[in-house]
Design a protein around this ligand. Structure first.
Ligand code: HEC
Length: 96
């Protein structure tokens, strides 16, 4: 009985692992500020929004986007984190 139980548990753990891996499938490029984006920009919507807009937004666009998230949508982003986030997005996901 014990063994059967153990197997059932590991199958559950495996399944949970797969689900989690799915959630994490959007990988941001590594760079200064990436941790702040991961911490602040996924609570309301997926990072699809960030990657999907990268062809359109330049430095100013990303800056405005981050401000809009804070002012219009009340994103709980610390004031000192807004600039590093906008810089990261402009550098790695800005329109070229
Ligand atoms: C408090 C919730 C919240 C947080 C946190 C948040 N957003 Fe948003 N975001 C929204 C809402 C609401 C929309 C509009 C959704 C829609 O149109 O379907 C949006 C839309 C967007 C869009 C699509 C373009 C647009 O203006 O509609 C981008 C890009 C975006 N967010 C980037 C970010 C980034 C970058 C961060 C982190 C700095 C962030 N968001 C954090 C709520 C949030």
């Amino acid at each position: 009985m014990r063994i059967v139980h153990g197997i059932a548990l590991s199958i559950c753990a495996l399944a949970a692992g797969v689900v989690l891996a799915g959630e994490e499938k959007i990988q941001l490029k590594e760079g200064p500020g990436v941790d702040k984006v991961r911490a602040n920009c996924v609570s309301c919507h997926s990072l699809d929004y960030v990657l999907g807009n990268s062809p359109f937004l330049d430095d100013k666009g990303w800056d405005a986007e981050v401000k809009k998230m804070i002012n219009a949508f009340k994103a709980p982003i610390k004031p000192e984190d807004a600039a590093p986030i906008a810089e990261y997005l402009a550098r790695y996901y800005g329109k070229r």
